[in-house]
Ligand binder design. Sequence first.
Ligand code: NAD
Length: 434
Amino acid sequence: MAKRLGIIGTGYVGLVTGACFAEVGHHVICADNNAGKIAMLHAGGIPIYEPGLEELVRRNVAAGRLRFTQSTAEAVDGSEVIFIAVPTPPQPDGSVDLSFIEAVAREIAASLTGYRIIVDKSTVPVKTAEKVSETIRRYAKTKVDFDVVSNPEFLREGFAVDDLMKPDRIVIGTSGPRPVAAMKEIYAPFHAPVIVTDTSSAELIKHAANSFLALKISYINAVAAVCEAAGANVSEVAHGMGMDERIGRRFLNAGIGFGGSCFPKDLAAFIKISSQLGYDFRLLKEVQSINAEQMDRFVSKVRDALWVLRDKRIGVLGLAFKQNTDDVRQSPALELCRRLLGEGALLRVHDPRAMETARPVLPPGPAVEYVEAAQDVPVGCDALVIATEWPEFASLDWAKARRDMVAPLLFDGRNLLDRAAMESQGFIYRGVGR
Ligand code: NAD
């Protein structure tokens, strides 16, 4: 049965979740306190790039199932179930800044007039649901009944619409039976397995899952270091490992390390939470240091080959933290750019989707030139680096790229290209672990 749903926070998670809920028939109101974002959505614009999202939003707005507002009160008033999807950014010590969640809890409390289910979709430390409940109870104007549910989101940017429409599982964490039926109804059209747990377990599922995925990446990056020393090929090792069903091939791609708005912060948060609870999660600390080393090793590789980086022109293909997204938050590609700039290199950069989002954090200037077409990046370069695994980079005219460069150095930070094919074009090819 269609439900009236409110989403507070209309970012990557909130907007895609709202659009997918509307697509399956629910009536959704998405709120955000960023006036510019709501004005853009009202004008038919989409603030982020996600494959399939624009069409989904247009269709559901036209059908009258999806609306936008700047007012949390309006979203709370008009909805049976309210999802919180605001940021939970990291603090310098690794702990999570919960001020956005706390602020929304107070705003919800101020608008509550009758029973509501409040669902935390943001990634939060264990026990946050309890804090949200306490806060709402403390700030509610009258004594109203409500339930708080933890319903972590597992979408991957770049595949968010698909992930939301076809989730592997839905986790519903709650301390009482009343909201379970409503949550199951909301998710019924997605035909996914539903796991009902207590709130703390649900909160931990998200942090434990993301930390495990980060661990898998650091593991293969460590294996890549051994492969390099042994003259083996990490792509073949990963393939052979991944065919074992107990392991699986995904997240076994060696490269310049993981980044993005989730893995580094969720890993740091999980380490911090564990330590606050009395457990020193040494394994995950090692995952962090292997990830940091991975960037050092790659920069060294570029430096060793070029000898001197100062005034060398380096083409960087990719700025987003991964393919299919315009998100550059904690992007290893940008970190690599900063490191190369720090050593005096001159950069020619390109990304199919993330040039606009990158410009404010990697400002164009004498040392950073934004190049509109990927094919033009190699012109005049001493070296080329693949920093994001956009598949279209593989189909550049590499013979032309070689002719356009002043020296033939190619650093494939994502193992996207075929070494033999690149060497036959005259490149000196350096991948990661192969
Ligand atoms: P985002 O920054 O893209 O979006 C958050 C939105 O919340 C912003 O538009 C912001 O303006 C809005 N906001 C902040 N305070 C508000 C308030 N008081 N009232 C109304 N709106 C407010 O963040 P995101 O990437 O969507 O992440 C949201 C949460 O989901 C985080 O906890 C994140 O860890 C988690 N998560 C993210 C992903 C992902 O891939 N991005 C995946 C799973 C989970």
